[in-house]
Design a binder for this molecule. Structure first.
Ligand SMILES: [Zn+2]
Ligand SMILES: [Zn+2]
Length: 128
């Protein structure tokens, strides 16, 4: 039985039996595919998230929520009274529609508090 050469450019190792790449390049190929899939999923979640915020229902519901809860939750905990301008998701929804619409997961925040919390979440994501 003749074995083919690895299809990777510049590689003159023999391909695995029944495959088209050597063990090394097959592994790299699989890793790259996995990476691409993970990236696609992340951007999909981001897209879903953006669509959710553009939803008229969300705009209406979040405005109503702010009317009922007009003060910043974080500032209130520090004893400060600050008008809230944004609705935050206590537990990041990451595109999860159920979490997104769960009103028990909403809180009113002022802009500085919301930015601070979002920055913290981004750092958390990066750290794993
Ligand atoms: Zn190879
Ligand atoms: Zn605040």
């Amino acid at each position: 039985m003749t074995r083919k050469l690895c299809v990777a450019a510049g590689c003159d190792d023999l391909a695995l039996p029944g495959g088209s790449r050597c063990a090394y390049h097959e592994e790299r190929h699989i890793a790259r595919q996995r990476e691409r899939r993970a990236k696609a999923q992340t951007s999909e979640a981001a897209l879903v998230g953006r669509a959710l915020y553009a939803d008229q229902n969300w705009i209406r519901a979040s405005k109503a929520f702010l009317r009922r809860n007009p003060l910043c939750h974080d500032c209130a905990e520090l004893g400060a009274v600050e008008p809230a301008t944004e609705v935050d998701h206590i537990q990041p929804h990451r595109g999860d529609v159920r979490l997104f619409w769960d009103r028990s997961n909403w809180q009113s925040l002022c802009k500085p508090c919301h930015s601070r919390k979002t920055a913290r979440e981004v750092l958390h994501t990066k750290g794993g």
